[in-house]
Design a protein around this ligand. Structure first.
Ligand code: SAM
Length: 207
């Protein structure tokens, strides 16, 4: 059987959220790819590793070189199907050569923290991209779940949403460092968040 690229979701951060299937594949990998933090946490001395950095050619070349020899396990944060390296892997390798092990997304955990169903929510990403004005504009009963980044953070996004017609007293919950011991969940309003110290990499739930 041909070797596979195993894309293993490792959840929102805390090892308690990783699935036993993902953990087993990571532990038994000969070739392991992941962000530096994930490698520090999971890689063993006998594993041959490649760190995911800004140079995205490096993991692609590492996989291309080593896939003829064995499976290559790629660790990604949260769920692989939700804004991860999976897009790039599919551009470089056939879907038949990729096996995905799903996991809990930070977005799922944020909604869980609020005990709020997410089936009716509009889920959008500001992580290195910008949703369309149409997707962001206020409509009655709309619930937004937003990924953020350093530039589009809790403050800049809150300002933007007020510009797109959201009431300044709309509720926004800032969910940061989910699953870590220093997890922070701040329930506030768009107006207050727009004028407060920005929280950078987090999830915003707005309603
Ligand atoms: C490139 S996306 C990765 C999403 C990931 N695949 C998932 O399913 O959770 C990175 C963004 O996810 C969010 N994120 C990831 N882990 C998080 C955590 N532990 N707490 C809060 N937000 C998190 C932040 O908005 C961060 O900028």
């Amino acid at each position: 059987m041909a070797n596979k690229i195993i894309v293993a979701g490792i959840g929102p951060g805390n090892e308690d959220y990783i699935s036993p299937t993902a953990l087993k594949r990571i532990r038994t990998a000969k070739f392991l790819v992941g962000g530096r933090r994930a490698l520090d946490e999971f890689a063993a001395v006998n594993q041959i590793t490649c760190a995911i950095t800004r140079d995205l050619d490096a993991p692609i070349n590492f996989i291309r070189d080593n896939l003829p020899l064995d499976d290559v396990v790629v660790m990604v944060s949260g769920d692989p199907g939700y804004y991860s390296l999976l897009d790039l892997l599919r551009k470089n390798f056939s879907p038949q050569s990729i096996e995905v092990i799903p996991s809990i997304s930070a977005m799922q955990l944020a909604f869980a923290k609020l005990a709020l169903p997410w089936h009716d929510a509009t889920l959008l990403s500001f992580h290195g991209r910008q949703p369309t004005p149409d997707a962001l504009k206020f409509t009655d009963g709309k619930i937004l779940g937003l990924l953020t980044d350093a530039e589009f953070n809790s403050a800049t996004i809150s300002k933007l949403l007020i510009d797109y017609g959201w009431d300044k007293n709309s509720s926004v919950t800032i969910c940061a460092r989910l699953s870590y011991p220093d997890e922070k969940i701040i329930a506030t309003t768009l107006d207050a968040a727009a004028n407060a110290e920005p929280v950078k990499h987090c999830i915003l739930i707005v309603k």
